[in-house]
Structures are given as structure tokens and as C-alpha cells.
Ligand binder design. Structure first.
Ligand SMILES: *Cc1c(COP(=O)(O)O)cnc(C)c1O
Length: 346
């Protein structure tokens, strides 16, 4: 990145850009490791047990947790534990699983996705009631309803517990599974106060990212019923995700799960501050529910380039819309500077 200014970089493109803190690196350095393909890595086992416990443990619908390299792989494995070739996943039209996962359900799994566009990225039980189809000799049957919480492209929006419970009740009534793409479920938990264990009562399969706002360098976890573990491990290996001394990464994951969840509230406060400051300057912005702010500008390329000149990185989310994401490496001061800079080029 070349710039005539020496201002430190403020990177609002995504919360994936966080770099491991000293404490995270120290945890990695100390990690005990073994070969995880042989099931012998104690740090991986510890992370999986810890995450499973957070989501309610054996008393929930989720009986096992598997550490995987990415959120894309976590969603893929989770969904394929329920849906197979010629079957269907229903999700929102701007969901990450259909927008950003390279059609992997169709490519690897022969699975059809059926979508509906919504205002806030949230599916309601009422909409789903019309979408879910029961399989028959000439009817493609819905196997899974996939929910994204928080919803990335809709700007970090959250489901209410009431909505989730209605969807769960409908899923039981219609005999379909619920998958939660919870890449940012930690943010939803902090923003709403819904205990993580509640999500373990809603979802049959669930993915979480350790490498977004939590700040681990790499890794996601997929949770599912205990009897699916062996099948999921084979699928992970088939996808090229069988890893060896993965405990180095798992140790980072355990550290951030233990130390970085509650601090997400700071990111949410910073997102709200960014939105307020931009609004004060007459710029149209979303009302952030978590750590994502959607910003309307006339010429996104101009604003992105102007900000870049001044060491503020921000991305275009679509025509006339920018997306700013707050995270571990963005301070209140950074946000104030970003707001002033964005306003200069809006
Ligand atoms: C980032 C993200 C993923 C995928 O995570 P990767 O680790 O980048 O593969 C899945 N779902 C949502 C909603 C995301 O934001």
C-alpha cells in the first residue's frame, strides 16, 4: 500500500483482517500438539470440547464439535450432514452460503438451494412455511433451513430469540433441520444477550468462525449431532482439511473464545459511533446492530480511493454502498478518523 501519509492503517474492510495479539501468539507457542488426523492433538480436543460446552454440550441438539480450517468448510460439512444429492437447502437470497461459497453445495454435494430475498436478511417462520416442500415422487424435498446470524450482506443484522424459536417449531412440525451459519454468532450473542447455549437448542448443525471478530489467525468450528462425527471427519479429509499439528491454531482459538467474546461489545460501540458521526455529516448510513455499518455514497470507487490515499481501507458492498466493519484492531480514535475521512470523499 503506497501512501503519501504516514497515518497508521485503519482497515475497515472486514473483521477477517485482525492479526493475532501477543497473548494469542503466546498461547500458540505453548500449545501441546499431536497429529489431528490420528485424533491425537490435545489442543484441538480442548478447543472442540470448550466450544461444544458453550453451545450447551450434550444436553443440546449438538453432540460434537469439529475444528476445521474455514467457515466455508464448516458450513459445507454442517449442511451436508443433513442434505444429500437431489435434496434442497432453503436460505435467504443474500446468504453467504449462496453468495460467497462458490456454489459448493451444488458442486460437491449435488444439493439445490432455494432462496428468497428479504429486507434484513432474516427469514421468518411465515415465509418458511410457504417455502419448505415435503419430498414426493416429483417434488424436491427441503431437508435444511439455513439461517445466517448475524447476516453479513444485510449489515450484521441479528435474529431475535422469538424468531428463532418460531423457526425451530416449524422445522419440527415439517421434519426439516436447521443450520445456523454463525460466522458472527458471537456478535449476535453479545448484541442480544441471547446465551450461546440457546442457539444449541435451535440448531441441528451450526458453524462459528474463530478468525473474524474474535481475532484467531485461522479456524472455524462446526457443531452437529454426535453420531455424525466420523462422517464429518471423512468429509473434512476429502475436502483437503485433514490437518496435522493443528493444535497451534486450536490453542489460538481457545484463547480467543475465552478472552475475546465479551469485548465484541467495544466493536459494536465503535460501529454505532461511526454511524452517528457519518449521519451528523449528512451521510445516509444503516443503524448498525453489531459491528457492520453500511454507508451510502454516490461514487463508491471515488470514496474508496480517497480513503485509501489517507490509509483508511473500506470496501464497496454494492452499487452506491460501502461496508465498514469494526474489530479488534480498530480503536475509537481510528473510527473518528475514518468518519472524518469518509465524509471528505463522500
Ligand atoms: C466469513 C463468513 C463465512 C466464511 O468464513 P471463511 O472463514 O472466510 O471461509 C461464512 N459465513 C459468513 C456469514 C461469513 O461472514
Amino acid at each position: 500500500m503506497t501512501s503519501s501519509h504516514s497515518a497508521p492503517l485503519v482497515d475497515l474492510r472486514s473483521d477477517t483482517v485482525t492479526r493475532p495479539t501477543r497473548a494469542v501468539r503466546a498461547a500458540m507457542l505453548e500449545a501441546e500438539v499431536g497429529d489431528d488426523v490420528y485424533g491425537e492433538d490435545p489442543s484441538v480436543a480442548a478447543l472442540e470440547a470448550r466450544v461444544l460446552e458453550l453451545f450447551g454440550g450434550p444436553g443440546s441438539r449438538l453432540g460434537t464439535a469439529l475444528f476445521v480450517p474455514t467457515g466455508v468448510m464448516a458450513n459445507h460439512i454442517g449442511l451436508r450432514m443433513t442434505a444429500g444429492p437431489g435434496e434442497e437447502v432453503v436460505c435467504e437470497a443474500d446468504a453467504h452460503i449462496v453468495a460467497h461459497e462458490d456454489a459448493n453445495l451444488a458442486w460437491h454435494g449435488g444439493i439445490q438451494t432455494r432462496t428468497t430475498l428479504t429486507e434484513r436478511g432474516q427469514l421468518s417462520a411465515e415465509q418458511l412455511r410457504r417455502l419448505i416442500r415435503t419430498p414426493g415422487p416429483y417434488v424436491v424435498g427441503t431437508k435444511v433451513v439455513a439461517l445466517e446470524n448475524t447476516h453479513n450482506r444485510a449489515g450484521g443484522t441479528v435474529y431475535s430469540l422469538e424468531q428463532l424459536r418460531e423457526i425451530r417449531a416449524l422445522a419440527d412440525e415439517r421434519g426439516v433441520s436447521v443450520h445456523i451459519d454463525g460466522a458472527r454468532l458471537w456478535n449476535a450473542h453479545v448484541a442480544t444477550g441471547i446465551p450461546l447455549a440457546e442457539f444449541g437448542q435451535i440448531a441441528d448443525t451450526l458453524s462459528v468462525c474463530l478468525s473474524k471478530g474474535l481475532g484467531a489467525p485461522v479456524g472455524s468450528v462446526v457443531l452437529m449431532p454426535a453420531d455424525k462425527r466420523e462422517e464429518a471427519k471423512v468429509m473434512r479429509h476429502r475436502l483437503g482439511g485433514g490437518w496435522r499439528q493443528a493444535g497451534l491454531l486450536a490453542a489460538a482459538g481457545t484463547y480467543v473464545v475465552d478472552h475475546h467474546i465479551e469485548r465484541l461489545a467495544e466493536d459494536h460501540a465503535n460501529a454505532a459511533l461511526l454511524a452517528d458521526r457519518l449521519r451528523e455529516q449528512g451521510i445516509r448510513v444503516s443503524a448498525p446492530e453489531t459491528n457492520i455499518v453500511m454507508i451510502e455514497v454516490e461514487d463508491t470507487a471515488k470514496t474508496v480511493a480517497g480513503c485509501r490515499e489517507r490509509n483508511i481501507l473500506i470496501s464497496a458492498a454494492g452499487p452506491g454502498v460501502l461496508r465498514a466493519v469494526t474489530h479488534l484492531d480498530v480503536s475509537e480514535k481510528d473510527v473518528l478518523e475514518a468518519a472524518a475521512t469518509i465524509a471528505d470523499y463522500a
